[in-house]
Design a protein around this ligand. Sequence first.
Ligand code: ADP
Length: 259
Amino acid sequence: LGGHPKPQQGPLKPSGVKRILAVGSGKGGVGKSTVSANLAVALTRQGRKVGLLDADIYGPSQPRMMGASGRPASPDGKIIEPLHAHGVTLMSIGFMVDEAKAVVWRGPMLMGALQQMLGQVNWGELDVLIVDLPPGTGDVQLTLCTKAELSGAIVVSTPQDVALLDARKALDMFNTLKTPVLGLIENMSFFACPDCGGEHHIFGHGGVAAEAERLGVPLLGALPIDLETRLAGDNGTPIAAGDGVMAQAYAKMAEGLIR
Ligand code: ADP
């Protein structure tokens, strides 16, 4: 990814990749990267060959969440070798830039970087490439949906109205671009209080399920606010790599995703 990547023409799906699934959200901070990493790990544990492309170019979280660091090698200066973590083949713009530095790029450079991460990375043979999209409905999403032959998209939202409002826009974008929406995931759905035993709906209740029903798409899961999930992400070993209830929840969601 040295120099100034230039956008290319033509389709973007790498030849050895059977299907590309995008994980999107309307807003940032709703858990899109957490869900992407955990679904990638859960699918790997089910025997799938999985890649994870962190396309959240302005805020790449996957190096941290997957516990992978280092600069991908490019022995011939053309093909980039991805990294591997928890059995997942991994590529992120975060491997190319300093974690503490902002990526300040205009559209064409951004598109060039995205196209390189799809077209010049040695993804090998994959059952599925999961793409962790940036939040919102911008250039990256548009390019991927129109050029990367996405098999489907998953939209993550919290139940909060402001998150749902933007999630609806993301859903609308996928519909307009004819990318099939495989389902919605409600993240931070509730907090199971260890002290009183009650379920507290901190960000509201029912909105994501209602949206899924309105669109006629499945609600793939409703995941609680969970300290272990957050710690696991921060420590670079997604919770889905373990064997607790959250790992089981991710395994269940992953099962239905690929047929
Ligand atoms: P996004 O990709 O939508 O910006 P992230 O996946 O980076 O969101 O999540 C934002 C923060 O919230 C991270 O610190 C992550 O660990 C935490 N987080 C995500 N999902 C949960 C959850 N279900 N319970 C607790 N913390 C979570």
